[in-house]
Design a protein around this ligand. Sequence first.
Ligand code: OGA
Ligand code: NI
Length: 367
Amino acid sequence: MMNCLQSWPEPVVRVQSLAASGVRAIPERYIKPPSHRPLTKNDFSPPQEANIPVIDFQNVFSDDQRLRDEALRNIHSACHEWGFFQVVNHGVSHELMKRTSEVWREFFKLPVEVKQEYANTPATYEGYGSRLGVEKGAILDWSDYFFLNYMPESLRNPNIWPATPASCRELVAEYGHEVCKLGGKLMKAFSINLGLEEDLLLKAFGGEENVGACLRVNYYPKCPQPDLTLGLSPHSDPGGLTILLPDENVAGLQVCRKGSWLTVKPVPNAFIINIGDQIQVLSNAIYQSVEHRVIVNSNKDRVSLALFYNPKSDLLIEPSKQLVSDERPALYPPMTYDEYRLYVRTKGPCGKKQVESLKSPRPCSEC
Ligand code: OGA
Ligand code: NI
């Protein structure tokens, strides 16, 4: 199995180069079947809700119990009913967010030959990449990315992070540190909300020193035929939780909500948080990892920074004992994150197929 992940099945094409070449028609490799394109008839139903919930995070650890309870309740219903929310007053410096996003924008502006020095392989995915999954002949997404490991420290290798722009490595280190701190606070809030000890989820992930954190910087070039393709196909995030810094000037992220796609409106200086499959499993499906995708457009390119906060990769992840009972049996078998992510690294984005396929058959009494 590992062998088939050593190299890409086809020559790699940089989407940014395609876009820059001025093609009027996108290559067939990027054309989605009609039912998967951005404008399906579903999208014409009137929007029921305008945006995902926006949560003021500063009250979560307030001394005022009333404010604290209210903030925690809002987070709980967002995790349970939406799987997605935005946080403001999250404690990460707005200046740092701006500078980090800007430095990555500059990186993607560098000539392709320079970026090519960081070309990745599916063995680790670290570096500059243009596809997820190694299936030969797969229909591809309209995006390039840069992927790097931040935590645990043993996997952190700044030597393979971009050396230009000069401040990139330093900013990534500082950004990773601040955003991981926010990840730890979210894990605490989720634990409390699930009725667990406040450090239970973090412990299940291996503790502060051992959690995994990786950064994927997504670059979505302008697209001459945005109605035929997607920047990122529908998927749920395989890890624990995701802290996304969207492009403040261009919308693109769509979240699956009651059977239709809702376009997220980014709030200034907010992060978009979503539940990944591992927290769905640990919470025994009280929290949902929700499908999402990215659309592209013909006027503006878009940069987003996704920090994936994950379990230590060799620990078994299973529904927390406190959330399993006779009435609510464990819905998923134990599995390590190493095993789990092999699927997405092989098949690419695949909706929610993987976590759903894990579901134990229902006990006979419920059939
Ligand atoms: C992701 C993702 C959304 C975006 O990287 O997993 O869903 O807006 N990104 O780029
Ligand atoms: Ni995602």
